[in-house]
Write a protein that binds this ligand. Structure first.
Ligand SMILES: Nc1ncnc2c1ncn2[C@@H]1O[C@H](COP(=O)(O)OP(=O)(O)OP(=O)(O)O)[C@@H](O)[C@H]1O
Ligand SMILES: [Mg+2]
Length: 359
């Protein structure tokens, strides 16, 4: 907040400080009087709401978002309007957003990014299953991380009704660098638009660069539909081949070629964490916004290793046999091993003492 900037006035709240300012709103820390608690209040800029229908939709969606209760989602407490200012009151998230974290570090470690992205995927899986809601503005600025590493997603259900750039003649929401092609074209959206945006977020956090960085908003939205960027491993060599394949799948231009649900994304993130390939097919040339480098020998080894692990190894089969055993037979096996060990030890000591006595 600048020295001349005044704290807002809303009945029922005492404003404390500015937390951040985005393109369409400012977010403040404030004390709510009843109930007495510290909250974050997002006040939409005056030029955001063009029509009464938009405002009505914003209200409805924010109220629905307030029904969500998940550890990875910032809870919305209430929405309101005072003196023509639209605002919503939400839980104050500790820590800072991953965009700020990225600005400090330059690039984040792929493992950390995967952990953050998985929490986001789990939160969005819950939201879509609970009330059929999608986010529409997944990006680093909307992902908060506290000192324990807990991830909290903000703006869920709100972004859809806040107008973004270049929309005089269409209904477009979101942020160009993280926007799916169908979003840039103003089409009807589903969960796969958020999957693309999370792919673009992962790309940004791991490389330090946004998709099509440096171009005007309109050009970025056009490029999301028609152009490609290079493999993220060119900018961060610590990224593995399975990680790069997963990002290229999430960034498929045609949503029919993306993972179709959050459960699939979560399963594949867990596979990538274990060094295994995601299960879907590797995108072909031109299919994804991120072009994969030609497959090297090392990539091929990783890919074949992933396929081999689909066949149970001897060790896995033994572990499965043990797991299938009833408790009784497992106890019997343990007793058998214990008795054998005692007999073997006794025989060893007996032989030792007899040898000593004879010498
Ligand atoms: N619930 C919250 N608790 C604490 N800080 C928050 C909370 N919500 C948002 N912030 C902070 O306020 C900043 C501004 O948020 P805002 O949603 O207005 O903008 P943004 O998401 O960064 O960008 P844009 O306006 O382009 O969508 C965020 O980057 C974040 O650091
Ligand atoms: Mg935000």
């Amino acid at each position: 907040m600048t020295a001349t900037e005044e704290l807002p006035q809303l009945e029922g709240f005492t404003f404390i400080r500015l937390l951040g300012r985005g393109g369409m709103a400012s977010v403040w820390e404030a004390r709510q009087h009843d109930p007495d608690r510290v909250v974050a209040i997002k006040i939409l800029n005056d030029d955001i709401s063009n029509s009464p229908e938009d405002v009505e939709s914003f209200y409805e969606e924010a109220k629905r978002a307030a029904e969500l209760d998940h550890e990875n989602i910032v809870t919305v407490f209430e929405v309101g309007c005072q003196n023509g200012h639209y605002y919503y009151v939400m839980e104050l998230a500790a820590g800072y957003d991953t965009g700020r974290w990225l600005r400090r570090k330059g690039q984040l470690k792929p493992d950390d990014v995967l952990t953050i992205a998985e929490s986001v995927a789990v939160a969005l899986d819950y939201a879509v299953k609970a009330i059929g809601i999608i986010h529409c503005d997944i990006k680093p600025g909307n992902i908060m991380v506290d000192s324990d590493g807990t991830v909290r997603l903000t703006d869920l259900g709100i972004a859809r009704f806040v107008r973004g750039p270049s929309q005089e003649d269409g209904y477009v929401c979101g942020t160009p660098a993280f926007m799916s092609p169908e979003q840039a074209l103003g089409e009807e959206l589903d969960v796969r638009a958020d999957i693309y945006s999370l792919g673009a977020t992962i790309y940004n956090l791991v490389t330090g660069r946004r998709l099509f960085e440096g171009r005007p908003d309109d050009a970025v939205m056009d490029a999301q539909c028609h152009e490609q960027v290079g493999d993220l491993r060119d900018l961060n060599p610590s990224v593995t081949y399975p990680f790069a394949v997963l990002v290229s799948q999430m960034l498929a231009k045609n949503r029919a070629l993306r993972p179709m649900s959050w459960s699939i994304v979560i399963r594949d993130m867990q596979r990538v964490r274990q060094g295994l390939m995601p299960l879907g097919r590797v995108p072909e040339e031109g299919e994804s916004t991120m072009r994969l480098n030609p497959v090297t020998e090392a990539d091929a080894v990783v890919a074949s290793f992933s396929e081999n692990t689909l066949e149970p190894t001897r060790k896995m089969r033994r572990r499965e046999r043990l797991a299938r055993m009833s408790g009784k037979s497992r106890r019997g096996l343990i007793r058998y091993i214990a008795i054998t060990a005692i007999v073997a030890l006794s025989a060893y000591f007996a032989a030792y003492f007899i040898t000593c006595a004879l010498l």
